[in-house]
Design a protein around this ligand. Structure first.
Ligand SMILES: NC(=O)c1ccc[n+]([C@@H]2O[C@H](COP(=O)([O-])OP(=O)(O)OC[C@H]3O[C@@H](n4cnc5c(N)ncnc54)[C@H](OP(=O)(O)O)[C@@H]3O)[C@@H](O)[C@H]2O)c1
Length: 249
């Protein structure tokens, strides 16, 4: 059977770890040529080798997803190398522990730069290419923390609320031109996210004690693979995917 994404080109940001890494493997296994980006070039090289070893095609293009110049070059690279852009996974992002009073305010600006502006640059740039071709999938990573606002991660949650708003606005702008813009909002996923956000390991183990088994990056990647493999007339606009036991947020 022909893999569902054979012949397609997919960009994945934040591919050096967690959800991005797993999604790159998933889309490559479905036949896509994957263009991998993140700041850690060594990790991207490892992933690229793993994909090549299983017969997949991967290209690495390291850089900072909060910088518009990197985003512009990334989109140009995809077009230059493969002549097409079918799928863009807007995944690079990080958390920030604490609420409005308790989170580290010195990180607010850089958080918005990566999670909101970087995501918006990529969504806009990709959509401009896709509307020309009248097809394409843009999948943006939101979060349950931007779906049900929590005082324990309030500022981070606001970035994910914003991403979902940008994605839904863009969906309405481009839907008539056969471009699908989807928001995936995961609950707790085991990855490097917790540490990068400044949550203690103890905090994470408390979540497991309360919610039971949490999501793996592969669980989210499988969800994304399902979304982008739908026939052209079907669009799953938004998905909230939580560990079954996660009742909050
Ligand atoms: N884990 C969760 O519980 C959870 C829940 C809901 C939503 N999410 C969202 O899912 C997405 C992926 O999270 P994850 O759990 O996979 O986290 P992760 O394991 O920490 O991975 C984050 C990825 O983003 C990249 N990244 C961070 N800053 C970057 C920058 N300035 N430029 C380019 N790349 C950057 C990292 O690569 P480098 O460090 O190599 O640059 C890494 O590849 C994020 O948008 C996050 O907000 C996560």
């Amino acid at each position: 059977m022909t893999p569902p994404l054979k012949g397609k080109t997919a960009i994945i940001t934040g591919a050096s770890a967690g959800i991005g890494w797993a999604t790159a493997l998933e889309l490559a296994a479905h036949g896509a040529t994957v263009i991998l980006t993140a700041r850690r070039a060594d990790r991207l090289a490892d992933l690229s080798k793993t994909i090549a070893a299983t017969g997949g095609k991967a290209v690495i293009f390291p850089g900072d997803a909060g910088e518009q110049s990197h985003i512009d070059q990334l989109l140009s690279k995809a077009m230059e190398l493969t002549g097409r852009l079918d799928i863009v996974i807007v995944n690079a992002g990080r958390g920030l522990a604490g609420g409005i009073l308790t989170s580290d305010q010195t990180q607010w600006e850089s958080l918005y730069k990566l999670n909101v502006l970087g995501a918006a640059y990529l969504m806009r740039g990709a959509a401009k290419i896709m509307v020309e071709k009248q097809s394409g999938d843009i999948v943006a990573l939101g979060s349950v923390a931007g779906h049900n606002i929590s005082p324990f991660s309030g500022f981070y949650g606001s970035t994910k609320w914003a991403v979902a708003a940008i994605a839904e606005s863009l969906r309405r702008e481009v839907a008539s031109r056969s471009v699908r813009v989807t928001t995936v909002k995961p609950g707790i996923v085991e990855s490097e996210f917790q540490e990068a956000a400044g949550y203690t390991y103890e905090n994470f183990t408390k979540s497991i004690a309360r919610f039971g088994k949490v999501l793996s990056a592969e669980d989210v990647a499988r969800t994304i693979g399902f979304i982008v493999s739908q026939p052209p007339h079907v669009h799953i606009n938004e998905v909230v995917v939580r560990p079954t036991g996660q009742d909050y947020p």
